[in-house]
Write a protein that binds this ligand. Structure first.
Ligand SMILES: *Cc1c(COP(=O)(O)O)cnc(C)c1O
Length: 233
């Protein structure tokens, strides 16, 4: 299929306008909101085009796919893993990525910690929370998060930098909004507790369908695929 490269530039412009509008509506500063371009299924040439159009962070959801594609992208960019990570791929993920947004169990946190220490690296991670209650979704239950933080905060080689969620799968934004409210209140609570070794800096929520709502609810990192690269096959 032939897709015009120009589409990406145009898409990013529209996205930027929408982010600015949502930020303004929420009384927030545009500069405080970081965009992660999620490029799963997108080929390297189009990812490079997004980087040329100003994208600084690329998110992928599979370790192997990311490994193959990142090799073909000479430009500098930050690499985030946004999809579920199996412990047997933690070593590779630690090598490839600058941030793992999808840490969803103590076992995985321990494995990432171990692999990062072996590499002499400190891995930035976000803790994924299942705010929608959908069984198909990954993430800790909201009321497991505090205990998790207390246990994971002492792990060497990882630095917890915030929370991530995927909102309810629904086209009704008023059904999605409570997921984001929930994560924001958890974020604020954890921030207030000042747990040593844990930094509550990034609140990663909002995708193509729902990023405006996420921004209204306090997201400072949004993960956008379709609105940048077009619909996935
Ligand atoms: C695919 C994906 C996104 C981006 O989805 P779009 O709806 O295409 O914007 C964001 N976050 C995660 C975890 C994803 O898997």
């Amino acid at each position: 299929m032939f897709t015009k490269m120009g589409d990406i530039r145009e898409n990013i412009k529209i996205l930027e306008d929408n982010i600015a509008e949502a930020a303004e509506k929420a009384g927030r500063h545009r500069e405080k909101i970081t965009v992660v371009a999620v490029s799963k299924t997108v080929e390297p040439e189009r990812i490079r085009e997004a980087i040329r159009c100003g994208i600084k962070i690329i998110g992928e959801n599979k370790v192997q796919e990311a490994e193959r594609k990142f090799k073909q992208i000479p430009e500098e960019f930050e690499k985030h893993l946004v999809g579920h990570l199996q412990t047997n791929k933690a070593k590779k993920a630690v090598e490839l990525f600058d941030m793992i947004q999808s840490v969803d169990s103590l076992k995985l946190a321990e494995e990432v910690s171990k692999r990062a220490q072996q590499k002499g690296k400190t891995m930035d991670v976000l803790v994924e929370v299942n705010t929608s209650g959908e069984p198909s979704k990954f993430g800790l239950e909201p009321d497991e998060v505090l205990d998790f933080m207390k246990q994971a905060s002492s792990l060497e080689g990882i630095k917890i930098k915030g929370l991530m969620t995927v909102g309810l799968f629904s086209s009704d934004m008023e059904e999605v909004r409570p997921c984001f409210k929930r994560l924001k209140s958890l974020f604020d609570e954890l921030k207030g507790r000042k747990i040593p070794g844990i930094e509550m800096r990034y609140l990663s929520m909002g995708m193509t369908q729902d990023y405006q709502v996420a921004i209204e609810e306090g997201a400072n990192m949004i993960r956008i695929g379709t609105a940048i690269f077009g619909r996935r096959e």
